[in-house]
Design a binder for this molecule. Structure first.
Ligand SMILES: *[C@@H]1O[C@H](CO)[C@@H](O)[C@H](O)[C@H]1NC(C)=O
Ligand SMILES: *[C@@H]1O[C@H](CO)[C@@H](O)[C@H](O)[C@H]1NC(C)=O
Ligand SMILES: *[C@@H]1O[C@H](CO)[C@@H](O)[C@H](O)[C@H]1NC(C)=O
Ligand SMILES: *[C@@H]1O[C@H](CO)[C@@H](O)[C@H](O)[C@H]1NC(C)=O
Length: 480
């Protein structure tokens, strides 16, 4: 297609939306504030308000789950589940699938509506309101190729007979995140045109071989796609979903503008942006200087940038990325020390403590541990899940607790630090943003040192000294 060209921006591909420091602090939670007003239809406003209340309630439940005693756990999980289901129902009602693109365009005659009696969705007790006529009688491919809203996508797909065959076949019940024609208009005119091969990767990244109707998307944080992760062997590249002020989004930037267009072999959701396969984790860090410039500087000064950048050295991985705010909280003395000539080896140890090579831990999925192979679809079991992640710092683990029911998730590290933005999807792993720098406890289970300006340089040195290679003299001689 002549007019199609690729956005060169890595930043767009990861599109992390990071709350400012204060919000992150007060939330101490995830990125999941529901949209309060989806659009201007009054009855929906009410629905959203209700949904928002439910959501707040559910968040509290999850907090409870994370904090409550064992015997209360089941109750809390049940309660959270009920709330999540109610939320889900409100959401479905507020956002019935019939409004195929009504959000983006006023359209009197939505003649190419597919029927809506799709395959059963086991994650919801009720179906959203339907106005279709009978069960679906077209494949997802046929729906895309006949819809007047997806003509550009259809044209692109037709260049790839194997993709067409897949999406028109019955090998799986697919989920397609279908960029609408207006999504293509957002591409800058002078952006370089992708090769045919790149374009195929991009298209494949819009397809999941798993069946994710809207209700399931809503209770899911990450979704496997048909695209293999570029730098993680035998692992599908995942998408992440968010519920935020912009509604339901994919990879933080693509808004879902239509849901549950069912075909005989799957379901389509319309999105308002093209999804680009994500960049490497280091590129996510360097793309957001407003959030990560300190971490970036630390990577360069310690010489770790190259190690992180070299994907032949790790097969997937998890990076807990302290925001600039997290570094600031340490106060000027510790920062001055860490970034000084003498402090660099401590800084290096500290950074290594934030990264787990080879194990990719999404908030709801896990790859490349023995245990994970027993999880269906690599999905982390609901409820509370604990994992000790070996870090780049020899012999030191991060103790990670995930409290999850559906979309409601908290991730706590070393019993104290909560992830504020989870599931920044990378080509070589995943990035979670944290509001504190993590400091290794003296012994496993010991109370973690609080990484704020009450911490002294001596305490920090003591915590890291056994782990720092004293013989190593830094060859980096950069001024801060
Ligand atoms: C598919 O179903 C719709 C009603 O849902 C109907 O109008 C249409 O004629 C059917 N098409 C075919 C090819 O059967
Ligand atoms: C798609 O599959 C339908 C049968 O489900 C078939 O009639 C149609 O010709 C196929 N289209 C393409 C382009 O292969
Ligand atoms: C697709 O979903 C339908 C309805 O739930 C089911 O009967 C069928 O076996 C599924 N197909 C595949 C390939 O999973
Ligand atoms: C990072 O690695 C890529 C190869 O994957 C290489 O092209 C690039 O130059 C490296 N970047 C830096 C700053 O070393």
């Amino acid at each position: 297609m002549k007019s199609f060209s690729l956005l060169p921006l890595a930043a767009l591909a990861s599109g992390l939306v990071i709350p400012d420091a204060e919000t992150a602090q007060s939330l101490q939670l995830q990125d999941n504030k529901p949209a309060s007003i989806w659009d201007s239809v009054p009855s929906r406003e009410q629905l959203w308000t209700d949904a928002e209340e439910l959501w707040t309630d559910a968040e509290e439940r999850v907090q409870e789950i994370a904090g409550c005693a064992k015997h209360k756990l089941d109750n809390a999980i049940d309660a959270a589940y009920e709330t999540a289901v109610k939320y889900d129902e409100s959401f479905q009602t507020a956002f019935a699938g019939e409004d195929w693109l009504a959000n983006t365009e006023e359209d009197e005659d939505l003649v190419d509506h597919p029927p809506h009696h799709g395959p059963p969705d086991h994650h919801r007790p009720h179906h959203p309101p339907h106005h279709g006529h009978g069960p679906p009688n077209q494949t997802v491919y046929e729906l895309i190729s006949k819809s007047k809203y997806t003509t550009k996508l259809a044209k692109l797909l037709d260049d790839y007979p194997d993709l067409v065959e897949q999406l028109n076949g019955t090998k799986a019940n697919y989920t397609v995140f279908a960029p609408t024609d207006s999504a293509f208009e957002n591409i800058p005119k002078h952006a370089p045109k992708p090769s045919k091969e790149e374009l195929k990767k991009i298209l494949t990244y819009h397809v999941s071989p798993e069946f994710y109707p809207a209700g399931r998307v809503l209770v899911t944080r990450t979704i496997p796609t048909a695209l293999d992760a570029e730098f993680i062997k035998d692992v599908p590249q995942r998408l992440s979903t968010q519920v935020g002020l912009r509604g339901l989004t994919v990879n933080f930037y693509a808004r879902i503008v239509a849901i549950n267009i069912f075909g005989t072999n799957g379901v389509i959701h319309g999105i308002d942006s093209i999804l680009l396969p994500p960049p490497k984790a280091v590129n996510i860090i360097t793309s957001f200087p407003g959030e990560f410039s300190t971490l970036e500087l630390a990577l360069y000064k310690t010489g770790l940038f190259d190690a992180f950048n070299d994907t032949s050295k790790h097969n997937g991985g998890t990076l807990f990325a302290p925001s600039n705010f997290a570094w600031q909280r340490l106060g000027p003395k510790i920062n001055a020390f860490l970034f000084s000539q003498h402090g660099l080896k401590y800084l290096k140890a500290l950074i290594l403590y934030h990264a787990a090579d080879d194990i990719t831990l999404y908030s709801d999925a896990l790859y490349k541990t023995e245990e994970a192979t027993s999880f269906p679809d690599h999905r982390i079991p609901k409820g509370l899940y604990h994992i000790d992640l070996p870090t780049g710092l020899e012999g030191k683990h991060l103790s990670v607790d995930i409290g999850r029911y559906g979309r409601l998730i908290t991730i706590k590290i070393n019993g104290f630090t909560r992830v504020v933005v989870s599931d920044g999807i990378a080509a070589d792993g995943v990035v979670h943003v944290i509001p504190n720098v993590l400091i290794p406890p003296k012994e496993p289970g010991a109370a973690p040192l609080v990484a704020d300006d009450t911490l002294t340089v001596e305490e920090l040195k003591q915590a890291l000294a056994p782990l720092v290679d004293e013989t190593e003299t830094s060859s980096f001689d950069w001024e801060l």
